[in-house]
Design a protein. Structure first.
Length: 303
């Protein structure tokens, strides 16, 4: 297999993900197809020299292409290609009905209507972070802002989505993604408190990494723990003082003391499997986060 065929094969493996990113960005299946095609053209022209993570590179490129398309649309005040005038975004006509049904089920037309009210930068930050768990450090250069500013873009977008869809349990993410992950984190917390080691293992990715910042390490926490069994061992029978919270709109845990958040546990996921936990105790870092406790927590002590 020559390099071109190898690239084509890798690209085809990534195509469903790239189309999902572009569709959520653009609200148009036809425009998403165009964005994915442009991504392939850029890949075929540039190759993979210096690219360590091809999947992440492709996600960045399709996001940049989609952002440019959104900005062009805004400057021309055009409707999305699949959007009837005065109505909600419709799926691409003339495409496979089964494919249209999958798109509608995975995103929801109501959410697309709300997303269409955001600025292009807000929409990109919200889609990449809240829907695809892309770190703000990777989003920042796409929108030519700092990571903190990218976080603020996503936070503003998240509030507007929630305000526009009051009472909608799915307003925090497609198909109630945040709600499902809240349940995973709640189950994780319960298993940790009860010392249910096997239950913890079922929720954790085999290669999960638990990281602690310098401030957390000073509290006696290991700066890095790798592997499901090791991470489960850290939490099993502990975490009695932690409480659920939303961390920048995502499911997580916190430890508070006298009403002040002292430690944040931010989770990353692949589907509903926990792939990473970041323990943050740096006060300046915590101050930049949007922390929303979900219910009253118990007891004192960080674990």
């Amino acid at each position: 297999m020559d390099e071109h065929d190898w690239l084509a094969d890798r690209f085809e493996q990534s195509r469903p993900h790239l189309h999902a990113v572009a569709y959520r960005m653009l609200g148009s299946a036809a425009e998403a197809d165009d964005a994915v095609q442009e991504t392939w053209l850029r890949l075929s022209r540039s190759g993979t020299d210096g690219v360590e993570n091809l999947g992440g590179w492709l996600t960045t490129i399709v996001a940049r292409v989609s952002l440019n398309m959104l900005r062009t649309r805004a400057s021309r005040r055009e409707e999305p290609m699949d959007t009837p005038a005065g109505g909600p975004p419709a799926l691409a006509t003339g495409t496979d009905p089964e494919h249209e049904a999958v798109l509608a089920d995975s995103v929801g037309l109501a959410l697309l209507v709300v997303l269409d009210t955001l600025t292009p930068a807000e929409r990109l930050a919200f889609v990449l972070h809240d829907m695809f768990a892309v770190p703000f450090e990777e989003i920042a250069p796409i929108v030519d802002r700092s990571a903190v500013a990218a976080r603020q873009l996503a936070s503003r977008a998240r509030r507007r989505v929630q305000e526009a869809r009051p009472g909608d349990p799915d307003a925090e993410g497609p198909l109630g993604e945040t709600s499902r992950r809240r349940e995973v984190v709640a189950a994780f917390l319960t298993a940790s408190r009860e010392g249910d080691f096997d239950a913890l293992l079922e929720m954790l990715d085999p290669d999960i990494v638990l990281r602690a910042d310098a401030a957390a390490a000073q509290m006696g926490t290991d700066s890095r723990v790798t592997g499901a069994r090791a991470v489960a061992g850290v939490f099993s029978g502990r975490a009695k003082a932690l409480r659920p919270a939303l961390i920048d709109g995502a499911a997580g845990l916190i430890w508070t003391h006298r009403g002040e958040t002292k430690v944040v546990f931010a989770f990353t996921f692949a589907g509903d499997t926990i792939t990473g936990i970041e323990q943050i105790a740096d006060p300046e870092h915590i101050a930049r986060l949007e922390v929303v406790p979900l219910k009253a927590g118990p007891r004192t002590g960080p674990a």
